[in-house]
Ligand binder design. Structure first.
Ligand code: NDP
Length: 303
């Protein structure tokens, strides 16, 4: 029997999508058009295609316009850059997301840098990452912002919220680990970033009040790494090999859920924790970008 509170990312994401839908409706009234999100996928990976279609459906369900570009694997760098520039210039498009990773013949960094920072709903351009590092408002990567929302909710009754807590982020990717650490610093946490070269990782993790695991290693974080009562956010999505009779293996996180939930104070499950937050925050970022792009004000903290 688990001792930890389960942080229900699925329910939280649904509430967030409800708020986005309301704000998208008032945007449409004010701007005379719907907010628009363009998603670009290069390659025929079926799982990515399902994911992109699901993004499209959720965008439409929130009352926004969805533009999808499913391009063949052979797409050239020039063709992709041309599309990004066309979307930059299209006033119906408020947010542009290029699904990563791109096929290896394409230069990912050049493509990301071509995105207009005002439409950078994935928060990956140098302008967005720079603004985050400077503590300035801007578009923040969806997964870490989703994690922060879950943490802020978990600590909403604590005086000072997250301030002064020890946080350990395992993973230093541009997409998750680094922006997560920046967001936690902004909340006045004391932040340690761990990675594959960290010495005695278990010892480092053990001092944390907040653990964010973004590694991509099946159930790596064990119960004896976790301080009793700590809050554990599991970003990892790893598929186990299929058990007998299963078509696909089960999804698990970077945290040994069964063991850690007996020790932690609160924990996100996989699936149903961080995953659903990522798309909900993408929609949130799109409606925020739409307001900025039209010069409309959105009250601070409205969403
Ligand atoms: P990356 O592979 O880009 O980064 C992984 C990080 O983990 C690196 O910084 C790496 O260190 C570190 N790492 C690898 N092995 C170890 C180890 N043994 N001990 C400590 N650190 C280690 O992955 P992402 O950040 O993109 O994604 C991380 C996980 O989150 C994946 O499972 C991914 O599927 C999932 N994910 C989930 C999302 C969601 O919506 N829920 C969204 C995005 C990602 P180093 O830098 O030294 O190599």
């Amino acid at each position: 029997m688990s001792g930890a509170a389960i942080i229900d990312g699925k329910a939280f994401a649904e509430t967030l999508r409800g708020k986005v839908a309301k704000i998208a409706a008032s945007f449409e009234q004010a701007a005379g058009r719907k907010a628009g999100l363009a998603v670009v996928l290069v390659g025929e990976d079926p799982a990515s295609q399902v994911y992109v279609r699901s993004k499209g459906k959720q965008t439409v369900a929130c009352g926004m316009e969805s533009f999808q570009f499913l391009l063949p694997t052979e797409t050239t760098q020039d063709e992709l850059l041309h599309l990004v520039r066309r979307l930059n210039d299209d006033p119906a498009v408020d947010g542009i997301l290029v699904q990563l990773p791109l096929p290896s013949h394409l230069d990912e960094q050049e493509v990301v840098e071509a995105i207009d920072p005002n439409k950078d709903v994935d928060g990956l351009t140098p302008v967005s990452t720079g603004r985050l590092a400077l503590g300035l408002p801007g578009l923040v990567p969806c997964t870490p912002l989703g994690c922060l929302m879950l943490l802020a909710d978990r600590f909403r009754d604590r005086p000072g919220s997250l301030s002064g807590l020890d946080a350990v982020v395992i993973g230093r990717s541009i997409l998750v680990g680094k922006p997560m650490a920046q967001l936690l610093i902004k909340e006045s946490c004391t932040v340690t970033i761990a990675h594959s070269r960290t010495k005695d990782l278990a010892q480092v993790v053990r001092r944390a009040d907040i653990i964010v695991a973004a590694v991509g290693r099946t159930e790596m974080v064990k119960a004896d790494w976790v301080k009793p009562g700590a809050t554990v956010i599991d970003v990892g999505i790893n598929r186990l090999p299929p058990a007998e009779g299963e078509a696909k293996g089960r999804l698990v996180g970077d945290v040994d859920f069964a063991g850690v939930s007996a020790v932690a104070g609160a924990i996100t499950p996989v699936p149903g924790g961080v995953g659903p937050m990522t798309i909900a925050v993408l929609l949130r970022n799109t409606v925020v970008a739409a307001h900025r792009n039209e010069g409309l004000t959105l009250a601070e903290g409205a969403i």
